[in-house]
Design a protein around this ligand. Structure first.
Ligand code: ASP
Length: 328
């Protein structure tokens, strides 16, 4: 056996068990038990096991993910690849953050999980695990999510379904690999320029205000202490710029040099503030266009840049450049 793969458990449905009556799912047996249930994984690779934590991923904090990034750098030094078992709820955020922080790792990091626990007879857990370990042995330097029949670049992913086995997608990027009868890794996998600025990842700034506008929404000013604002705008980046309370919000942010980044509520396509007059007015008011960044990639970039003490100038630069293969 030559393929040494680091298998890290962080929790999620894959390892969950029913808890009491009525039976809600809660974190259950961790990695050792998982391997008892899927012993065939050892036929695919020489597995090195680490339990980082064992929780519902809705509980994860950015600091947990920064810790994971450091853990992977240390523990994967003698491994060819990494598989990370993770809950689906915040997997796209983790994949985005790790995609940036580990862009230079030079080996595959494959995140996976499942919609139904491994302990259930009818479950997607077993095949997702087997596929993830298989991909981790392929030597393709990508940080991506393996789920259903695909592998997706992490920094471009979002969770799209609560119940379908194909729960993830990268709406603005083709999948990295198809896993069916054969495992077909596409030629673009592993091929992207790595331009992540140095010095990120010690701190993630969470003092961010995120707005998800709806027609008629009152625009409250961000709380005191806010360091950056994310607006999930309509379509190509439109907002009701005629509203005095929204104007007041922009004015508040300009006076304090707070970055205001606009992403789209739509999944396919991105923000282009020149398309409509309202977008152009938002740009004039100081908004930065998030382009094709997913909400998770945008959040990850903003939190990393501000966490490293970056200013509005650095935030603007960050959103104009693809750091790790994310569509911009
Ligand atoms: N709540 C679970 C989690 O994210 C959902 C899942 O894993 O599918 O941890």
């Amino acid at each position: 056996m030559t393929n040494r793969i680091l298998l890290i458990h962080t929790g999620g449905t894959l390892g969950m068990a029913p808890l009491g009556e009525p039976s809600s799912l809660a974190p259950g047996p961790s990695l050792d038990r998982i391997l008892e249930q899927v012993p065939e994984l050892r036929q695919l690779a020489d597995l090195k096991l680490v339990v980082a934590f064992n929780q519902d991923s809705s509980t994860n904090e950015p600091a947990d993910i920064l810790h994971l990034a450091r853990l992977i750098r240390t523990e994967a030094a003698d491994c060819e690849g990494v598989v990370l078992v993770h809950g689906t709820d915040t997997m796209a955020f983790t994949a985005s953050l790790l995609g940036f922080l580990l862009a230079d790792l030079g080996k595959p990091v494959v995140l996976t999980g499942s919609q139904r626990p491994l302990a259930y007879v009818r479950s997607d857990a077993r095949s997702n695990l087997v596929d993830a370990v298989t991909l981790a042995t392929k030597g393709v330097a990508e940080i991506g999510i393996c789920f259903g029949d695909h592998w997706y670049r992490g920094v471009a992913t979002d969770k799209l379904s609560v119940h379908r086995y194909e729960a993830f997608d990268t709406p603005n990027l083709p999948p990295l690999a198809e896993l069916g009868l054969h495992v077909h890794v596409h030629p673009h996998a592993g091929r992207f320029e790595r331009r992540v600025p140095a010095g990120l990842g010690q701190v993630f700034e969470t003092a961010l205000a995120v707005y998800a506008p709806f027609p008629g929404m009152p625009w409250a000013l961000p709380p005191i202490g806010t360091r950056g604002v994310l607006l999930h705008a309509y379509g190509a980046g439109n907002l009701p710029m005629g509203r005095p309370d929204l104007q007041a919000l922009f004015c508040h942010c300009r006076e304090r040099d707070l970055p205001v980044v606009i992403t789209s509520q739509c999944l396919w396509g991105g923000v282009d503030l020149e398309t409509y007059e309202l977008g152009a007015l938002a740009a004039e008011a100081g908004a930065l266009a998030g382009g094709l960044h997913t909400r998770w990639a945008a959040l990850a970039k903003l939190g990393l840049v501000l966490g490293a003490g970056g200013s509005i100038v650095e935030v603007r630069e960050a959103f104009g450049v693809s750091w790790a293969g994310e569509p911009v």
